[in-house]
Design a protein around this ligand. Structure first.
Ligand code: FAD
Ligand code: NAI
Length: 470
């Protein structure tokens, strides 16, 4: 250790990097974390998971009151929107949580190296003009917005924005056009729809939410349409210009055809995210990125250069905070000589709209394809939220739960949920799958009544064709 400054130097303090740094320090390793942002917590805490959920929560309450839904419960009176206060509570949540990470760094003796890091060798990194040598270096630099060629994002101007700009809009747009019917488009589109904007989602594919179960995608589209969000599917944006305070978008069918123009007050570009490696001088460490700009890793998160590891959005796999966090723990444990493992087959994903859309494991399409290859087959059990007593009582009847199991072994292969509490309910499914559970295991587990989770039990019972309440 004599000529090393640190046992572990983590680059990036997002959910991957800060968790890796804390766990490494907990394991007795001398640890530093380089972060160029003013605050710790990465995309997730500063401009991602947390601020978007703060706006989703507040806008949901506003919409319930303003649309008269609360009046139906006997809660009457008019409400007005104080957008500045709504933004202030969002900033407050971010401040509290990013400050919390700073506290955790101090508590665990993780040194925060403030500034941009760049490799100068296989075990050396420059941060703010000073070079540090570390036995192990973890790349956890995350991702940023994928640009759309020909469209210039200007978050200050608040006309063509990315997700960071869409969190900060100073007024509710008359018409917001969202480019991309993925997770960000639907979450942030929902926020501004609830606050009063007309929202049109332009999606290149013929369906929203790529990667999710086909039936769940179709059902979600129905739910969003019912909420008043408009969709232009199989449509691509070929240009956007700003004229005064408006944007004019030119769109045409994805398969080619006549172009049309759409006028918008705000355009949200949300067509995906790409790994952050610019300026990192990976070549100085002897590393290169793959065709998708990602740092390739082995199952233990090691790169091709001994002592350099990578985790989170910068490596292949879903770009999710909890995946990055689990990889952060695992990589630190591997560095410390323990066995850190992440089961990448069981990573839940949640879209935090109302209702929430959640899934874990295989889609029905994937499960069918996989089992058919070996002569097997699947069984599917479904249960509508409308038949769940708690959801119905709470006027949250939209949605369903779907359990996909191996017909022969009954082992659960995937669970998909559209429900107001889907993001919370999916944890039970993930745990059952992690334990190698069967649909029968869930069906015969006693679930508290009345809870939304009983819908998962009923869907599991439906796998054997014997649900009680439908
Ligand atoms: P990041 O969080 O991106 O952190 C990387 C950090 O590294 C950044 O702070 C960056 O400044 C720093 N950095 C980069 N390069 C350098 C360098 N050279 N030197 C020093 N520092 C550097 N995921 C969920 O699971 N749930 C959600 O609800 C959710 N909501 C989201 C909402 C939005 C609007 C967005 C944009 C994303 C959301 N995500 C969500 C995705 C989630 O934010 C990411 O998957 C997660 O933050 C990835 O963590 P990470 O540690 O890999 O990288
Ligand atoms: P996304 O990959 O979820 O969706 C992008 C959508 O844009 C896709 O449907 C794609 O077909 C479409 N698209 C691509 N190019 C297009 C074009 N030219 N015109 C029209 N549509 C086009 O990406 P998104 O929403 O930007 O989010 C990025 C990532 O951030 C997500 O994949 C997810 O990993 C993470 N995230 C996670 C959240 C969560 O867990 N709740 C919330 C927000 C983001």
């Amino acid at each position: 250790m004599a000529d090393y400054d640190f046992d572990v130097l983590v680059i990036g303090a997002g959910p991957g990097g800060y968790v890796a740094a804390i766990r490494a320090a907990q394991l007795g390793l001398k640890t530093a974390c380089a972060e160029s942002r003013e605050t710790l917590g990465g995309t997730c805490l500063n401009v991602g998971c947390i601020p978007s959920k703060a706006m989703l929560h507040a806008s949901e309450l506003f919409e319930e009151a303003a649309s008269g839904k609360l009046a139906k419960l006997g809660i009457k009176g008019s409400v007005t929107l104080d957008l500045e206060t709504m933004h202030a509570q969002r900033r407050d949540a971010v401040k509290g949580l990013t400050g919390g990470i700073e506290y955790l760094f101090k508590k665990n003796k993780v040194e925060w190296l403030k500034g941009r890091a760049a490799f100068t060798g296989t075990d050396t990194v420059d941060v703010g003009g000073k070079t540090y040598r570390a036995k192990n270096i973890v790349i956890a630099t995350g991702s940023s917005v994928t640009p759309l060629p020909g469209i210039t994002v200007d978050n200050e101007q608040q006309i063509i924005v990315d997700s960071t700009g869409a969190l900060e809009l100073a007024k509710v747009p008359g018409h917001m056009v969202v480019i991309g019917g993925g997770v960000i488009g639907l979450e942030l589109g929902s926020v501004w729809k609830r606050l009063g904007a007309k929202v049109t989602v332009v999606e290149y594919l013929d369906m929203i939410l790529p990667g999710m179960d086909g039936e769940i995608r179709k059902e979600s589209l129905k739910v969003f349409k019912k909420q008043g969000i408009e969709f232009k599917l199989s449509t691509k944006v070929i240009g956007a210009t700003v004229n005064g305070s408006k944007a004019e978008l030119t769109v045409e069918p994805s398969a080619g055809g006549d172009a049309e123009t759409i006028e918008a007050d705000v355009v949200l570009v949300s067509i995906g995210r790409r790994p952050n490696t610019d300026g990192l001088a990976l070549d100085k460490a002897g590393l290169a990125v793959n065709g998708r700009g990602q740092v390739e890793i082995d199952h233990d998160f090691s790169t091709s250069v001994p002592g350099i590891w990578a985790i989170g959005d910068v490596v292949p796999g879903p770009m999710l905070a909890h995946k990055a966090e689990d990889e952060g723990i695992a990589v630190a444990e591997n560095i410390a000589g323990l066995t850190g493992i992440v089961n990448h087959d069981i990573i839940p994903s949640v879209v935090y709209t109302m209702p929430e859309i959640a899934g874990v494991g295989l889609t029905e399409e994937q499960a069918k394809e996989r089992l058919e290859k070996t002569g097997g087959s699947i069984k599917v059990g479904k249960f509508p939220m409308m038949a769940n007593s708690r959801a119905k009582t709470n006027h949250e009847g939209d949605g369903m739960v779907k359990v996909i199991a191996d017909a022969k072994t009954d082992r659960i292969l995937g669970v998909w949920i559209i429900a107001s509490l889907g993001g919370t309910m999916i944890a039970q499914a993930a745990q059952a799958m992690e334990f190698g559970g069967t649909s029968e295991d869930i069906a015969y587990t006693c679930h508290a009544h009345p809870t939304h989770s009983e819908a998962l039990k009923e869907a599991a019972m439906a796998v054997q064709g014997k649900p009680i309440h439908i």
